[in-house]
Design a binder for this molecule. Structure first.
Ligand code: RB5
Length: 173
């Protein structure tokens, strides 16, 4: 498998992305940086979509995304057919995400994990291998579901609003 990782982040994930880029290069990986490239507030789905598209198209085998929590990146990336994104905050989950779930995109929270732990998580994910067997049977079911739904459900979404401000960018961007 080619040693190339597409990386992306929003403003909240930008500093961690920069740190992890340096780590990836040190480890002999080629890095395809799809932004963002500053602390200026941006919308995470734009960057998740870029990285997910690069993975889904086969341009790169792996993707890594960082936002504040890693959650928005995972939700968005998983909308792209062929992407299996896992949001991880510990190395064990990262290893399992690869070994059992064949995750081709790793997401992390720049406001959740520090750079040292993030490197351990990334290392665990990169160095693990999909175990196949019964796990392949399960990922095939994910694929079958994706094929059956063919680009989205008509499921009702949560109403905007709810607790907290629904409009504008809050204190944390
Ligand atoms: C931006 O403030 C924040 O919402 C974003 O980085 C991310 O945590 C979303 O999931």
């Amino acid at each position: 498998m080619e040693k190339i990782v597409a990386v992306g982040a929003d403003h909240a994930g930008f500093p961690l992305k920069e740190d992890l880029k340096a780590y990836l290069k040190d480890q002999g990986y080629e890095v395809l940086d799809l932004g963002t490239d500053s602390h200026q507030s941006v919308d995470y789905p734009d960057f998740a979509a870029r990285v997910a598209a690069a993975v889904a198209s086969g341009k790169v085998p792996w993707g890594m995304l960082v936002c504040g929590t890693g959650i928005g990146m995972a939700i968005t990336a998983n909308k792209v057919p062929g992407v299996r994104a896992a949001c991880c905050a510990d190395p064990f989950s990262a290893r399992m995400a690869r070994a059992h779930n064949d995750a081709n995109v790793l997401t992390m929270g720049g406001r959740v994990v520090g750079p040292g732990l993030a490197r351990e998580i990334l290392k665990a994910w990169l160095e693990s291998r999909f175990e196949g067997g019964r796990h392949a049977q399960r990922t095939a079911k994910i694929q079958a579901l994706e094929d059956r739904l063919g680009g989205g459900t008509k499921r009702k979404r949560s109403a905007p609003g709810g607790p907290g401000p629904a409009r504008g960018k809050g204190r944390d961007g």
